[in-house]
Ligand binder design. Structure first.
Ligand code: ZLV
Ligand code: CA
Ligand code: ZN
Length: 393
């Protein structure tokens, strides 16, 4: 279909397991695992699988999960029984162990299997990069950046990204982590806080009082002690509501090109949370699919081994559009595919006559007022440049 063939360029692998779709966080919870079904079906409808190596990912093993998490947390996660939702929406129920069972991280049927599936795909993706069998490895079911060593947080139970980066570090001296989810990538930042082998860069909406998780200020760049190797290795790009494609992609390119020049990573881990798109149920930005995907395009052009993860994204049809288009970017076909979504059974009713690349007026959900000034964005680039003066790779 559409003349998609094996590319001469990058070798791309796609890591996916349809089992993840069947789990539910609860009726009113914004995280909908079936957005992965929509993504997969759009990718297939365009025939993109013919240009990739497709793997049915497996569940991560106990050993893989405990490469980052503590044994007692994983033991608890594996055995804890689902329970009715507590009424306490403020999430300060004193009975919560490991922050499980509140409204952000509910206990649901099959939770352990869901988490280990997500981590399994990301782990496999990283291994394909390590063995040089892929140049780009895609795991849309991963990207759960808030999970801590012994704690669930913000819809994330297992930090598949940290587990994948630990694999990349077996082969590569330095790994760059980039996070374009609208939320701060706090779990990944914290996990590699004390090492100079991982640099983390998160772009996010920042409002310490009112926007989750409240961390990730411009001045937070790792341990304050100069004797700690992790100092200056956390980069944060705090943004306000309504940032546009043009501002965001320019900012992304200037920050990331400076980071690459200084840090010279052997591999890149890119979290592509789609809640930074316009109209997202939880997000605040005005990005279109093109602006979001320009980050993937930029990373691909660097010709550095790349693992791509999913993450947030709460308006499922927009999530599927972005991740399908970014899969096309990975295989180098985004300029060739028709923007009219192909008629395909799962999509027939949902997407008929809709574009893969909706404008700000067509995208589902309302755009926000842009509260990002050029002055502030320039200050951000300046601060990042100054931090990088301390980095020697
Ligand atoms: O996209 O939640 O604001 C990666 C990711 O980055 C909070 N949680 C917590 C902190 C105190 N609150 C209140 C708890 C609310 C629990 C229910 C919702 C239910 C319906 C609609 C929205 C939410 C919600 N929860 C919106 N924002 C939150 C955040 C967590 C955001 C996690 C983002 C995860 C996958
Ligand atoms: Ca982010
Ligand atoms: Zn998010």
């Amino acid at each position: 279909e559409y003349g998609i063939t094996k590319p001469k360029g990058s070798k791309v692998s796609f890591h996916y397991n349809a089992e993840m779709e069947k789990y539910h966080f609860g009726e009113h919870h914004p995280m909908k695992p079936w957005r992965l079904t929509l993504t997969k079906s759009l990718v297939s409808a365009y025939g993109m699988n013919f240009a990739m190596d497709n793997y049915t990912s497996r569940a991560a093993t106990y050993e893989e999960l405990t490469s980052f998490h503590t044994d007692d947390y994983i033991d608890h996660l594996a055995t804890v029984a689902p329970q009715p939702q507590p009424l306490d929406v403020e999430n300060n129920n004193p009975d919560l162990r490991f922050n499980l069972g509140g409204s952000d991280c509910p206990l649901f049927e099959g939770l352990y299997n869901y988490c280990s599936m997500s981590a399994g795909a990301s782990f496999d993706a990283a291994r394909k990069i390590c063995s040089n069998q892929s140049d780009i490895a895609i795991a849309w079911g991963g990207g759960l950046h808030h999970a801590k060593k012994a704690e669930a947080s913000g819809f994330c139970y297992i930090n598949d990204i940290v587990i994948a980066i630990l694999q990349l570090l077996r082969i590569h001296a330095r790994v760059l982590y980039i996070d374009i989810d609208v939320h701060h990538g706090d779990g990944v930042e914290e996990a590699f806080f004390s090492t100079d082998r991982v640099m983390t860069v998160s772009f996010h909406k920042y409002d310490p009082q009112y926007f989750f998780p409240g961390t990730g200020a411009l001045e937070d760049n790792g341990p304050k002690s100069e004797h700690n190797p992790g100092a200056h290795h956390a980069i944060n790009v705090p943004l306000n509501d309504g940032i546009t494609d043009e501002q965001y992609s320019k900012l992304f390119e200037s920050v990331i090109s400076k980071v690459i020049e200084k840090f010279r990573p052997g591999a890149i881990a890119l979290q592509c949370g789609a809640d930074s798109l316009a109209g997202d149920r939880l997000g605040r930005f005005n990005l279109l699919v093109e602006g979001h995907a320009s980050c993937v395009e930029f990373c691909k052009k660097l010709n550095i081994p790349l693992v791509i993860f999913g993450g947030g994204g709460y308006t499922p049809r927009n999530v599927a559009r972005a991740w399908a288009y970014e899969t096309a970017v990975a295989i180098g076909q985004h300029k060739n595919i028709p923007t009219q979504i192909p008629i395909h059974t799962v999509w027939r009713d949902r997407f008929k006559n809709e574009s893969l690349l909706p404008t700000i007026h067509q995208i589902l959900g309302e755009p926000r007022q842009n509260r990002n000034t050029q002055k502030r964005l320039t200050e951000i680039v300046q601060h990042v440049t100054e931090q990088l003066r301390f980095v020697n790779a």
